[in-house]
Design a protein around this ligand. Sequence first.
Ligand code: NAD
Length: 482
Amino acid sequence: MKYQNYINGEWVGSADGKTFEQRNPANLEQVTGEWPKSTREDAGQAIESAHAAFAEWSGIGVHKRAEYLSRAVTVMKGQTEQIAAILTEENGKTLDESRTEVGSAVREMEFQIAQGLAMCGETAPSATPGVFAYSVRRPVGVASIISPWNFPFNVPGRKCTPALISGNTIVFKPASLTPKAGKAFVDVFVEADLPPGVLNFVCGGGGTVGEEMINNPLVEAISFTGSTGTGKGIQQSVAQALTRTQLELGGKNPVLIMEDADLDKAADAVAKAAYACAGQWCTSTSRAIVVREVAEAFEARLLERVRALRVGDGSSEGVDMGPVCGTEQLESITGYIKIGQEEGATLAQGGRRLTDDGMDRGCFIEPTVFTDVRPHMRIAQEEIFGPVLSVLVAEDFDEALEIANRVEFGLSSSIFTRDISRAFQFLDKTEVGLAHVNMMTAYREPQLSFGGVKSSGHGIPEAGKTGIEFFTEHKVAFINYL
Ligand code: NAD
């Protein structure tokens, strides 16, 4: 099946007609679609279309915009099963994980629509008699939305909705591994009759389409989710133009397990957040830091759960973990497994590519656990972005916290303890944007902001009340009425 870009309300191919194929990571023999390998010119056209649509869309008022977006949410809810099947076919996650992703997108959108309706500036008493002072929020203009492949439906929902409800127009680029999920997102807006030019969709590479979306002078805001390396490159590119950026980047998320923890709950939470979506979750748990006193007992519980995970095609019933998303991911993750062994960590579980029962046609990896990991090792420092967990042992809380913070990332973290004082000390000192007590690192809710610190994020965070903040600017006015 051959698919197209969506520019100015029309489905169109790329200017030079070039295409690329995307394949099902559970079965690489299955082509899921042929997509435009768009050029910078295609992206430029989409940006111009968004620019042309801005005056009308920003002028129709927030209630009318909310009507369009609410209609899109209704369509989305009614198509959950079809969209979930697309996510599984293209990304590899299990059908349950895909359904959860669509449900999360719905909730993110509902909250941001409500936020848009409540969007307001402020009034303040003026220092000068007879002067009335107030501020309003205005949309910034054309926003570039650049999405990764791991949450190819929810991430655009989280970014596009606050942008659109506050009056901006958009060019959206999906990751090349997941264009069909991106198209499924755009389709619901097409069905909701969104006016032409308000939401444009361009498939293609980061070095072409992405570069244009970063550097075109008509673009006023860039909301990007992806790897830290790409995010830093984007920030450098826009330094001269001062384009506003919102960068949601990688993580190396730790869970601390204290001597008083409920070890079963801790093992459940670590096993869930380390291997859900095959570990390709920015808030996945990638490090378990356990105090020596309970290390053996925790590891036994953890390994029991990891060994019980059933790996297979995400579209089959009863599968806990699907394939990783494509051959590059497969090579990168198996490369890290080799690095871990060379560094001297103990491969306590997994570590192999799975090839039985037809799995050789896809990108399947065993859920993997390394123990005896030391904090300086690459598998303890770098984002692996796959089903590979590093278990580290600390002498006490202070050392565990120090190890947890000694990485370049700062996205999410958690502690398992029954000691309220220690929990608050952890919350105070953990260097992340999202912290938990007795919960998995991947837990979050749409009504609160979501963003990392250190090399995990930059700019105003997504979601919650800050979702709209990023896509609006404040204009202050003074009126002399005497
Ligand atoms: P990536 O950086 O390779 O690509 C992300 C997107 O950027 C893709 O659409 C890609 O085509 C585009 N891109 C690449 N080069 C570009 C350039 N020069 N200019 C503009 N766009 C460019 O990341 P990925 O492999 O798709 O995603 C995985 C990463 O995303 C992981 O590091 C993960 O932690 C991170 N992530 C973070 C969050 C978060 O909220 N913090 C959420 C999901 C994923």
